[in-house]
Design a protein around this ligand. Structure first.
Ligand code: CTP
Length: 447
């Protein structure tokens, strides 16, 4: 029997796929179709797949062309499959020409002409067109703009700011660059905000009143009473209001949380997270601090994220120890916050005028998890035990510092009208509350 094998994602099955499968079947007597798993796609940078693995399998099965369907889960699996199933022909569409020539050592390799004018990416873009406007700091907006180009159906159409000519060239294709916020809001369905934290409230409120979805860096606001107001406004106006803490969307971080839930290190007794950056020279030499983020806003939300995700928000007590600038008491060179829970403790160390090892350590009664620096954009962590031989290492691909995944999640939320809950409202609110206490000097001790 002449067995043929072919692979693909088969998202939102279309006639290009059907054409390919029919011709693949004609190359032999028995057709095996390998359908990519979600993890495999994510690892190879295909982040927008709309249907689940089961839905994609069902759609291909329902065509009745495949004799057997398998799941493609890892790099290098094709060679294993060809040997295991005794395959005579490997085939894929002509978009892959040359890429699989290395399989000629194991079987025939045939590239079939791709059907012109259709692809899953096109269908995804048509289904979901979200026009977004960007507000804020150039450095972040440039990154954000670049990453947005990997996300189907999201288009940056507007920027709210005056741009220097050299920065403008970074935003080729953005139609409306304006310093009138109201005008910007008329052109967009959603906004991304990375402004000065004290301005977030009015920007978020303006967008929600105009019924625009909002993706905003944390802290969303710095006054505790403002958070409930904007959350209610988002609900009233059927808008998504999402915190843009990219770490929460990285695969390694999400897997780490799941692993902890499975009890792999026993009962958790301590979470320690450190985030520092010595970027802000102004902090140390007394330069202009206008428009700068202080350490609690820059790093506090990221460092608090694993604490609240892992131990929850019901701590009994907190102590904020802060080294404040003498002439600018709202600016902290360094801040350490200790959280006391009934049965555990947590501690975050953050700073822009101090340097330390940026790791995350979660200690439990059976072992601990170690995430090396910089843990907030990690693709790797280790679960360690007393007996070093039992330790396990975990690696997950991270593209674009997680911004891409954050954008995909935001698009899905806008499309479905439901926040995916990577960062719950309770956690967002607690982060704002702690930042607010810093400003109010509540539970704060100056060092
Ligand atoms: N294919 C094809 N003609 C098309 C689209 C896909 O022949 N117009 C083939 C691909 O070459 C591949 C198989 O169908 O052999 C599965 O492709 P897949 O990557 O799942 O589909 P695409 O539509 O190319 O998806 P995407 O846009 O996400 O890359």
């Amino acid at each position: 029997m002449r067995k043929v094998i072919t692979y693909g994602t088969y998202d939102l099955l279309h006639y290009g796929h059907i054409n390919l499968l029919q011709r693949a079947k004609e190359l032999g007597d028995y057709l095996i179709v390998g359908i990519t798993s979600e993890d495999f796609d994510r690892n190879r940078g295909k982040i927008n797949v709309k249907q689940s693995l089961m839905e994609r399998i069902e759609a291909v099965r329902a065509l009745g062309i495949a004799d057997e369907i398998i799941v493609e889960e890892y790099e290098g699996q094709k060679i294993d499959d060809i040997r295991r199933y005794n395959v005579s022909v490997f085939t894929v569409g002509s978009d892959w020409i040359g890429k699989f020539d290395y399989l000629r050592e194991y079987c025939e390799v045939t590239y079939l002409d791709r059907t012109e004018g259709i692809s899953s990416s096109d269908i995804r873009s048509e289904n979901r067109k979200i026009n977004i406007g960007l507000i804020g700091d150039d450095e972040y907006l440039i990154k954000f703009y670049r990453e947005s180009q990997y996300v189907n159906g999201l288009k940056v159409v507007s920027l709210y700011k005056e741009l220097a000519d050299e920065t403008k060239s970074e935003f080729k294709g953005v139609e409306y660059i304006t310093n009138d916020y109201e005008e910007m809001l008329q052109h967009v369905d959603a906004v991304y905000i990375h402004s000065y934290p004290e301005r977030h409230y009015e920007l978020i409120k303006g967008a929600l009143l105009a019924k625009k979805h909002v993706l905003c860096e944390a802290p969303l606001v710095i006054q505790a009473e403002q958070i409930n107001e904007i959350e209610s406004l988002a609900i009233q106006n059927n808008c998504i209001l999402m915190t843009a803490l990219r770490t929460a969307f990285s695969t390694a971080y999400m897997r780490l949380l799941l692993l902890l839930k499975s009890g792999v290190i026993g009962n958790i007794k301590s979470v320690e997270a450190t985030c520092t950056s010595l970027k802000r020279k102004e902090f140390l030499d007394g330069g202009n601090l206008e428009g700068q983020w202080n350490s609690i806003c820059e790093w506090g939300p990221t460092a608090m994220l694993p604490v609240f995700h892992i131990l929850g928000i019901d701590y009994k007590q907190k102590i904020i120890s802060s080294n404040l600038l003498k002439d600018h008491p709202r600016f902290d060179l360094f801040t350490k916050i200790d959280f006391l829970y009934t049965d555990a403790v947590a501690s975050i160390k953050i700073g822009q005028g101090v340097k330390s090892e940026g790791h995350l350590i979660i200690s439990g009664t059976k072992g601990y998890i170690y995430v090396p620096a910089p843990w907030w954009k990690t693709d790797y962590f280790e679960v360690r035990f007393e007996n070093a031989e039992d330790s396990r290492r975990y690696f997950y691909q991270l593209d674009g510092e997680g911004i891409r995944y954050l954008l995909v999640a935001f698009c899905k939320a806008v499309e479905s009208g439901k926040d995916p809950g990577y960062i719950s409202n309770e956690i967002s609110n607690e982060i704002v509350k702690v930042v607010n206490d810093f400003y109010l000097k509540k539970d704060l001790y100056e060092i």
